[in-house]
Write a protein that binds this ligand. Sequence first.
Ligand code: UDX
Length: 424
Amino acid sequence: EIVKRCRGKNLHFSNFIKENIEKADMIFISVNTPTKEKGLGAGKASNLKWVEACARQVAKYSSRHTIVVEKSTLPVRTAEVIKSILDSSQEEILNNNENKKKSFDVLSNPEFLSEGTAIKDLLYPDRVLIGGDNQRAINLLSNIYLKWVPKDKIIETNIWSSELAKLTANAFLAQRISSINSIGALCEATGADVREVSRAIGSDSRIGSKFLDAGPGFGGSCFKKDILNLVYLCEYFGLKEVADYWHEVVKLNTWHQKRISKLIVKKLFGTLTNKKIVILGFAFKNNTNDTRESAAIQICKDLIDEGAILFIHDPKVDPKQISLDLGISPIKNINQEYKNDFNKGIWHFAENISEAFIGSDAVLILTEWDQYKDINWFEVSKLMRKPSWVFDARSIINPTSMKNTNINFWRIGEGLLNEDNIFF
Ligand code: UDX
């Protein structure tokens, strides 16, 4: 809707890079900065090749004073890299005696929007962060935001603080999730309930109630990448203890995903061979078709390794993406009574959830899509094979809807009081 309203008026798309850079007063670099796959810092550091390529093009084609805004999430002190590329173009001009006058300011203006709520986050941001060392450039960028953001929400910092704040914000959010998931495991062991613990601690205004939902583990394109980037920075600066501390947030997340798949195997009598499990949701959260770092990937891989027959459903994720993520093609045209003669795990994309439930041994909820909240479990229980299990890793099922069904119900972070967990 926004693009439609603005296109051709004050929003234009173009691939004439040279001409548009020449004319621009301000350029936002908003390219991908994925984790490096090889070379120095592989697995942790960000790959800055696209940022560098942009900086080089800006350096080459700009024709006057240009403000370059880092919008991509970058390691701390990347502005310095951009600035040195830009400045070297000035030197070139001097050396070549060209008559062009160009100069640059670099600002950091990290993006905090979340998938699924991007427009809302853009229109009503909690804050806008602008880092830089030239007040005039900061004011020019700030004036753009002032058109719709109140002044007190615009935070000005130095450029390094702004870059670091972005990584830290994501690290803190991810840390809250690892924290609550770790407590969820303890709740299950002791008979406490993680939802009650979340509510109790979240009502302390110093802690706050957001981002305290236990789940299958955080996913998405940012959290893991940004924490690993932070870890790399800390290691680089010799802060081993700090690096270890943040690394634990990611390690706990991986452990937690494994914990869920192991738990399912255990509940289903230690073997999944030829057992049919319906997976509800593959996206890393609801309202997006993005599967990057989704907990569903590791959990489904583990279940397939155990020999399960997975019927995976997601209202928005393309089955081709699931194939890529799992590294195995689906079995097509599977019939409901399918029996797996090869004793190896397989998966099938379930277009229709009701049909998928037929003959299933277990259902596992991994994404909190609204449509899964209204499932009539009494009716589903009649379709499943006994003993049947529902594993709700997102806490979206109201436990009362499980009453009068013969389904064994497991919820994340819900402990049952029994002899085993009395501790003394
Ligand atoms: C995140 C940041 O929120 C955003 O500010 C930044 O700009 C980009 O990274 P996003 O990746 O879109 O946004 O998703 P987010 O809503 O933060 O959720 C990340 C993961 O945490 C999801 O897998 C989600 O399911 C999980 N999560 C979130 C929980 O498990 N429990 C919670 O309480 C909240």
